[in-house]
Design a protein around this ligand. Structure first.
Ligand SMILES: [Zn+2]
Length: 392
């Protein structure tokens, strides 16, 4: 292995890295430009280098040990206080983290940039400690100093989402996307849909509908917005408009039809249009291969005691979705109750011989997360509206 002066290469590389970090911090925090030589000396100490190095490698204990020595000698380096507070937070000592960052904020000599960094760090402390109101207030203080600070904005988007303050989450997300020169209409659309849901719950139906139209203009594939809007129309007995809304979604995203099936049933019930309902299920099931639409169609035919069409749907299910556990369970229940023809059951059993069963989960197309219930947002990757009716 190559060595220079008997020092292994990785040690040299590490010191270069730490040196660069120092330059970076120096550039970010305008400390070197100050006349005081105090902080400069602190940054030359071995404890400073070792503490920063330990922090880079994730060695929390040694980092705290060394950086504590640095601030015993000099109270000047702001980045050491920021780092120490963050390290305490990582170690779960929230009170200490808060004290360190608050003490930093009492300094009159802090530059505006440093104050924003310290406020964001303190906000994180409060958030980690579960003090949400104080976290929000602290991030807002940071924003008051720097209205375009992307960190404070990003924290406020997330916090507002966690608190269910969807209107505020939307406002902050708009500002954040502007600052980052980012266009993410999908996220904005879903935040609007959530906001509308809250408005509707408070009885503000007109305002809710208005927000949902905005959400759908931003991102027409927003199935959540479609469902909320159609339900609003149903509530005021406008089944035709509800149907239009849902039909549009079925055209845009036929693979999301499984989210709309029960809504379709309610809409057609209000219209007293059983034929239209069965036609729609038939179209979704037979033309677009939607398994859950077929299962619902089968259920409707059985409820109507229409044995012939029920047998036809059953045959179709067996042929195309025989390996699905959900289909098998349904057919098994039906055959036990004598609701399907025994010859069909035999046909089905033959088709199944030797084949594997398939899980009927909803799968997040963004990260692969599987769930048995329909979710609007993936708990794993936080993607909106990302589930499809999957098998695997
Ligand atoms: Zn996901």
């Amino acid at each position: 292995m190559m060595k220079a002066f008997g020092i292994p290469n990785w040690v040299l590389a590490t010191f270069i890295l730490v040196f660069l970090l120092g330059l970076f911090l120096g550039a970010r925090l305008p400390l070197f430009r100050r006349p005081t030589g105090d902080g400069k000396d602190a940054r030359r100490s071995l404890h400073y280098i070792r503490g920063m190095y330990a922090m880079l490698t994730g060695d929390v204990e040694n980092s705290i040990r060394h950086l504590t020595k640095v601030v015993e000698v000099s109270t000047e380096p702001v980045e050491v206080y920021l780092a120490l507070g963050n390290l305490y937070r990582q170690r779960g000592q929230i009170d200490r983290a808060i004290r360190v960052h608050q003490s930093l904020l009492t300094r009159a000599s802090l530059s505006e940039e440093e104050r924003v960094l310290a406020l964001n760090a303190l906000g994180m402390d409060f958030k980690t400690g579960g003090l949400m109101d104080r976290a929000v207030k602290t991030f807002r203080d940071a924003l008051a100093l720097h209205p375009r600070d992307p960190d404070a904005l990003a924290f406020l988007v997330k916090l507002s989402e966690d608190l269910g303050e969807w209107g505020e989450a939307y406002e902050y997300a708009v500002r954040l996307q502007k600052v980052r020169h980012q266009k993410d209409p999908k996220t904005l659309s879903f935040l609007l849909a959530q906001k509308a849901q809250r408005l509707a719950e408070s009885g503000l139906h007109l305002r809710a509908a208005w927000q949902l139209h905005r959400a759908l203009r931003l991102y027409p594939e927003n199935t959540t917005a479609t469902i909320f809007l159609a339900r609003l129309y149903l509530k005021v007995n406008k089944a035709d408009r509800a149907l239009k809304t849902v039909e549009r979604a079925l055209r845009e995203t036929p693979h999301k039809s499984f989210m709309l099936l029960s809504l379709l049933r309610e809409i057609y019930a209000q219209r007293q249009d059983l034929g239209g309902y069965l036609d729609t299920l038939h179209r979704l099931g037979h033309e677009q291969g939607q398994k859950r639409a077929l299962l619902q169609e089968l259920q409707e035919f059985l409820d109507l005691k229409r044995r012939e069409p029920a047998a036809a749907v059953t045959r179709h299910l067996v042929r195309h979705f025989g390996r699905s556990r959900l289909v098998q369970k349904t057919l098994w229940d039906l055959s036990r109750r004598g609701a399907v023809d025994p010859s069909l059951v035999k046909e089905w059993a033959d088709a199944l011989a030797g084949s594997e069963q398939m899980m009927d989960a909803y799968v997040c197309i963004s990260c692969g997360y599987k769930t048995l219930e329909i979710l609007h947002r993936c708990p794993n990757c936080k993607e909106w509206n990302s589930f499809v009716d999957g098998e695997g």
